[in-house]
Design a protein around this ligand. Sequence first.
Ligand SMILES: [Zn+2]
Length: 131
Amino acid sequence: MMLEAMKKIEQKKQVCFKDTSRQRFREKQIQKDLYDSRVVCEQLDLSKGIESNELWEPYSKSNEYKEIPPEETEAKCNLVEHILSVDNQKELSKITEYLRKEHFYCLWCGFSYSSFEELSTQCPGDTDEDH
Ligand SMILES: [Zn+2]
């Protein structure tokens, strides 16, 4: 009886752990995508003569990509983490949309199409899951 209950708790713990690590992986992915798209966006904008853009300018050069060490993430309140990742997600979709409309660039295809039509027909979608 006791053993059964303990087994159940152990199983539950494992499920919880899996969920958190999957979510953490997802958040890291978003952080990385966001960083990559800012870098690309800056390059594409500059090549078009656009020298200022709120999507990348505040993060340019002086702000290098820093990965949050695992201890720090651990210590953070879940809610804060959640808000952060929601913000990152919003920011990522904003920059993704801009890159697609302005430069016909897809972050996950990894290149610029020659027209918006080409992008719409050849790129599978505007999220990493579509790729
Ligand atoms: Zn694509």
